[in-house]
Design a protein around this ligand. Structure first.
Ligand SMILES: C[S@@+](CC[C@H](N)C(=O)[O-])C[C@H]1O[C@@H](n2cnc3c(N)ncnc32)[C@H](O)[C@@H]1O
Length: 172
């Protein structure tokens, strides 16, 4: 933390869809962790991020996976009364092309909008905003992590990606 170890970091708070507090070509690198899924006007966010990045600047961002992390996907266990989690767990994906927002509640947190989009919608919006995708990463937990968090990670996290990481570069 900056308070404990002074590195000269500055902190600002604003919406990704309105970065007017920053001038053009300002940052070398922008990193975002699972935020675009919360943002309705993601095209505007990409345009703003592109504007404040320097040419060849990098935008590295993670999100819920467009296929496996979407709300429309469903876990199915067969037989339904299987006593072990790992028995015949299937992921059902349907209505992949139905993009849009859903109001969701996570525990005690106030309900939040989650916006699901297809991979090609994200790819298209990135291109329109002036980015090229350098790499797409679908993280997979290693065996050591699964061993440390078996309830959370075993049986599905190593079978399909819950999250996706885009490594993008500003072209012009
Ligand atoms: C799933 S949480 C991720 C939080 C954090 N990045 C992390 O990894 O734990 C999504 C975050 O996006 C933020 N958010 C929602 N709309 C936003 C916007 N328009 N601009 C910036 N952040 C936004 C929410 O406040 C929330 O903290």
């Amino acid at each position: 933390m900056e308070e404990e170890e002074q590195l000269g970091c500055k902190f600002s708070q604003t919406s990704l869809t309105d970065l007017t507090m920053f001038e053009n070509d300002f940052f070398d690198l922008i990193v975002s962790n699972i935020v675009l899924v919360d943002i309705q006007d993601y095209q505007k966010a990409f345009l703003e991020i592109n504007r404040v990045l320097k040419k060849d600047g990098r935008f590295i961002w993670s999100n819920s996976h467009p296929t496996f992390g979407r709300l429309g996907s469903m876990d199915l266990r067969l037989p339904f009364d299987a006593s072990r989690n790992e028995e015949n767990l299937y992921k059902i994906i349907d209505r992949y092309f139905d993009s849009g927002g859903t109001l969701v509640s996570w525990g005690k947190v106030q309900p939040l909008w989650q916006f699901d989009r297809t991979l090609s919608e994200y790819s298209h919006a990135l291109k329109e905003a002036g980015f090229a995708i350098r790499e797409i990463i679908e993280p997979k937990p290693d065996l050591e992590l699964i061993r440390k968090n078996p309830r959370f990670l075993a049986f599905d996290a190593d079978r399909y990606p819950h999250f996706i990481i885009f490594d993008c570069i500003k072209l012009e």
